[in-house]
Design a protein around this ligand. Structure first.
Ligand SMILES: NC(=O)c1ccc[n+]([C@@H]2O[C@H](COP(=O)([O-])OP(=O)(O)OC[C@H]3O[C@@H](n4cnc5c(N)ncnc54)[C@H](O)[C@@H]3O)[C@@H](O)[C@H]2O)c1
Length: 437
């Protein structure tokens, strides 16, 4: 293909050199004439292992050249990859001026070009930027229509500096966000040589994915460093510790716990977080990541409460009281906190939980209900039908598959607040709201 790459920084230079290495005809574009001159002289403007050789060979063989003239580059190519910088402003806000300028130049170039053109944004941009900034700018300057005369996709970059060329040939996956998957085909074709998953998704999902990957990587580093700080202070070898930690691919290094839903609770996670943060304070250690977890969980309970109160209705049916499915353990269940808060707000609450039916539970849990939360114990009902029939809002605390008949019991005047996501209620006449989806 004939490809123009906007922005000859780390991402753009590596992308341009590697695509030229794949025998595409590549034109690099940058506002900085020094970078353009370097490339045209067969030299690299960035330092990365093997990039110098790739650029030298590609320029020598006429597969790569660079220019400051974006219109000429767009006219000479069928696909443009935008890899311009998106730095932070002093306030932390994203500086999109490079993307804005590149989109305008793209529009001006397309005004003079006949034939379809595909644009793939590779710079890291917040969700909504393609729709709110890139497409309007290209349309305004070109007088053409996105989807008809040109296509804009979002194709995030996952390379790491220092291993950028190797990462280009072995990314974790390739993501292409497009409004019309058909129009993502030219971009998908660029990666056909890779033996890695290629995922087509919505533009906003692709835009946000890049951010959550980086935020998660940052969180992992901060977590590991706080683990190390605490381990050192209590005489534990942090590397031996983390090596074993990473061997658990069931719960630690896995998909477990990564599905947005309701707050955590139960007899272990809150207690253990409190114990470890208390110990850190005793040792005069600052562990802001550990310390932020319980407050974050608390905010999430409050979010659920506000969502229910926001319906403006007072008769609330709560399905599921224990802290997760298939247990009767009520200790530190965030659902109990939620019910207490609803009662405090003057709501009439009825609760159904097959595992926590008062007549069925025994031992410590029965004692807990009778002694610690007797007022909540009294709200437990043995019939799902009765709770649903008497309520205006149904709060489903977890996967609705547990409440098999629910879908058939819902009326058009019901509002369902889902704290755990399930598709089983799709098609029911009730209005549905998800806590974080
Ligand atoms: N560096 C990384 O490891 C990495 C990895 C993945 C994603 N990203 C993202 O990719 C984007 C680029 O990052 P980078 O590190 O390559 O940036 P960089 O600062 O190294 O390079 C950006 C280049 O864009 C050029 N530029 C700015 N506006 C331009 C315009 N209108 N037209 C043409 N050129 C223009 C600049 O002159 C510069 O050469 C950023 O959004 C970044 O967040 C970076």
């Amino acid at each position: 293909m004939k490809i123009s790459v906007f922005g000859m920084g780390y991402v753009g230079t590596v992308t341009a050199a590697c695509l030229a290495d794949q025998r595409h005809e590549v034109v690099g574009v940058d506002v900085n004439p020094n970078k353009v001159a370097l490339i045209n002289a067969g030299q690299t403007p960035v330092i990365e292992p093997t990039i110098g050789d790739l650029i030298r060979d590609a320029v020598r063989d006429g597969r790569l050249r660079a220019t400051t003239n974006s219109a000429e580059a767009v006219a000479a190519t069928e696909l443009s990859l935008v890899c311009v910088g998106t730095p932070s402003m002093k306030s932390g806000q994203l500086d999109l001026s490079g993307v804005e300028k590149a989109s305008q130049e793209m529009g001006e170039a397309l005004a003079k070009k006949s034939g379809f053109h595909t644009v793939a944004i590779r710079s890291t941009i917040l969700p909504g930027t393609v729709d709110a900034l890139v497409i309007p700018n290209v349309e305004a300057k070109s007088g053409k229509k996105a989807g008809k005369d040109f296509a804009v996709c979002y194709n995030p970059e996952f390379m790491r500096e220092g291993t950028a060329v190797a990462d280009f040939y072995a990314p974790p996956f390739t993501i292409i966000g497009a409004h019309d998957p058909q129009q993502a085909q030219p971009v998908a074709g660029l990666y056909s040589f890779l033996d890695r998953p290629l995922i087509h998704t919505e533009v906003r999902v692709a835009e946000m994915l890049k951010y959550i990957c980086n935020c998660y990587h940052a969180l992992k580093i901060a977590f590991a460093n706080e683990v190390g700080t605490l381990a050192r202070a209590v005489g534990v070898d942090s590397h031996a510790l983390m090596q074993i930690f990473c061997m658990d691919e069931k719960l630690n290094i896995s998909r477990a716990y990564l599905e947005p839903g309701f707050a955590f609770g139960g007899s272990c996670l809150p207690k253990d977080l409190r114990a470890i943060t208390y110990k850190a304070k005793e040792l005069d250690l600052k562990l802001p990541v550990f310390e932020a977890v319980l407050p974050s969980n608390q905010v999430h309970v409050q979010r659920g409460l506000e969502m229910i109160l926001g319906t403006g209705k007072k008769k609330i049916g709560v399905l599921g009281l224990s802290f997760k499915s298939d247990t009767d353990d009520l200790r530190e269940s965030p659902m109990i906190e939620l019910v207490k808060a609803l009662l405090g707000e003057g709501c009439q609450v009825k609760i159904y939980d097959a595992k926590v039916e008062l007549s069925a539970i025994v031992g410590a849990n029965r004692q807990f209900v009778e002694q610690t939360i007797p007022h909540i114990g009294k709200l437990l009902q043995s019939s799902l039908e009765a709770v649903v029939a008497d309520s205006e809002v149904i709060v489903v605390s977890r996967d609705a598959r547990e409440f098999k008949q629910l879908r058939d019991l819902l009326r058009p005047d019901h509002v369902v607040v889902q704290l755990g996501r399930s598709r089983t209620l799709d098609g029911s006449p009730a209005k549905q709201i998800g806590i974080c989806w």
